[in-house]
Structure formats: C-alpha cells, structure tokens
Design a protein around this ligand. Structure first.
Ligand code: PAF
Length: 280
C-alpha cells in the first residue's frame, strides 16, 4: 500500500476515519530528520500490524532556545523517502498554524518531575512536549504510541500524563539505538562532524566500561565519571546524575534493591547530547 501524505487536519481526519474501525493505529511522533532510532519505533509498530502513522512536526513550544530551534536539522524530502521505503501507512506533516492556531493558549504541565534533569535547564520544554503529544493523541487517537528510551525523562512524563489523565493509549518504549561506536542516535548528531562524533561516543564507552559495583555511593561514582568524561573531551557537562528508573528520584546509595540509571546532558561544539544508561 502507498504511504498517504496528510498535510492538513482535514486530510488526516478523512484518511484516519477510513481505517479506524478496522485497524489499530500505531503512532510514532517525530520532529523529522529520521534515523535508525525512529526506524526501530516504526518497525515495532509494523510488527504489531498497526496502521502506522508517523508525524513530522518540529514543535516550537518545546524549544527554550531560539537558536536551537533555528538550527534543528530538517530533511523533509529524505524523511518522506525513508517513510515510504519502510511502508509507513500515513505521514502527517502539519504546519505550525494547524497545531497552534492563532490565539492558542492552553498548555499541559506536569509539576513534579518536569523541573529536574533536562527540565532544570530547559524551561517549559516538557510542557511543550506534553502539549504537542496530547494534541497528537487527540487528533490521531492511536491504540499505541511509540517512544525511545534515549529520551527517558520524556518517556517517563508521557507515561505519567497517560496515567494521570486516563488517556486510552498504550505507550510502548524501545531501547536506545546506537551507532557502531555506541553513540545514542539523535537527529542532532547530524550537526557534528566525524571528529566530534567520535568524542561524543566516549559517553557510552565510559558508561559501558565502568565498574559501577566498585562504588558505594553515587557521589564518588559521579566524580569518577566526570573525570573520565572530561579527559575524553566531554568538558561541557550540563548535568550528570544517578536516579531511580521507576520514579526519577535521586539515588544516594548504590545497591541492587532499586533499578538505577545514570543520566547525562552535555554540549559538544554547541550541540546538546543526552543519554542514559542502566547501571544495575
Ligand atoms: O522526541 C521527540 O522527537 C519530540 O519530543 C516529540 C515526542 C516528537 C514531541 O515533539
């Protein structure tokens, strides 16, 4: 079947109405610049035999920095080719006016876990994410929506929104997809040249090769990790923290009683990198 390209709300609605009764919809929200991480989400939806909808919308609401928004890599033609090649059923590419019509003033906000980790440094970022994802859920009414674990805090907050607001959509997460050097795939990686991509990949290598068991508390572990990162060229570290996977609470002691993850955000050549790694 040919991929349907919907660029308006009307076209989206008309096309979804035709399939809604007979098929479950699987939604993959994206901001374009598709890579293998997105393909893993698409493949999962296709494997579950869902009518697979990909959205491409660079959501201005989630950018706290104008320059970051301006610099965000765009490649619509290439994305459409990738989407067609992967037999996506429908791609929705709205204009800003359709998602945020003139006078739009209603936002979603989570108040307990949005101001830690990335949220601490990106004011209103998660309000922007939740608002657009909620809107996409309303417009598309998916049975399932797919998100990557690379954006672990985003995934956590979307699951929380679904629970808190009794939304009827099943959130399916997919492990982080990495390049051959271990760097977590991200659309922003396109802004780095080979030299910096190699430096960026040291984040994963350091996490992978660290003997977490040798540390009793998170403070000494973080000091060790920071030192190794700086020595590898990752000098502009925004945060590095160890938190509990289930509720994102800060961890003090390292033991096996609770699942923990190390979370990092760092800048390399002005490009923001994030990653997280299960440590037990
Ligand atoms: O992860 C992303 O690409 C974006 O935050 C999302 C979920 C598409 C919302 O704009």
């Amino acid at each position: 079947m040919q991929t349907i390209i919907a660029r308006s709300l009307d076209s989206l609605k008309k096309n979804l109405n035709k399939v809604k009764k007979s098929k479950k919809i699987g939604l993959i929200p994206t901001m374009g610049s598709l890579h293998d991480g997105h393909l893993a989400l698409i493949k999962k939806s296709k494997k579950l035999k869902f009518f697979t909808v990909v959205t491409i919308f660079v959501n201005p609401l989630q950018f706290n920095n104008k320059n970051d928004f301006k610099k965000y890599p765009l490649q619509e033609k290439k994305d459409i080719d990738i989407i067609k090649k992967n037999n996506v059923d429908l791609v929705f590419i709205p204009k800003k006016q359709q998602i945020y019509p003139h006078g739009f003033s209603t936002y979603l906000k989570e108040i307990n876990h949005s101001n830690i980790l990335c949220g601490q440094f990106r004011t209103n970022h998660f309000s922007g994410v939740l608002t657009v994802v909620f809107k996409l859920f309303v417009l598309i009414q998916p049975y399932s929506a797919f998100f990557g674990e690379k954006d672990f805090q985003q995934l956590f907050l979307i699951k929380k929104m679904v629970k808190d607001l009794h939304l009827e959509v099943k959130i399916i997460s997919v492990p982080t997809v990495r390049d051959s050097n271990g760097l977590a795939l991200s659309s922003r990686n396109k802004l780095l040249d080979d030299k910096y991509l190699k430096i960026a990949s040291s984040i994963y290598k350091i996490f992978k090769n660290s003997k977490f068991k040798n540390y009793k508390n998170t403070k000494s572990l973080i000091t060790y990790l920071k030192k190794r990162l700086i020595n590898s060229g990752i000098v502009d570290i925004e945060y590095i923290e160890i938190r509990k996977s289930k509720n994102l609470e800060k961890a003090i002691i390292l033991n096996n009683r609770e699942k923990l993850r190390v979370f990092i955000a760092a800048y390399l050549k002005g490009v923001r990198l994030i990653d997280n790694y299960k440590i037990n």
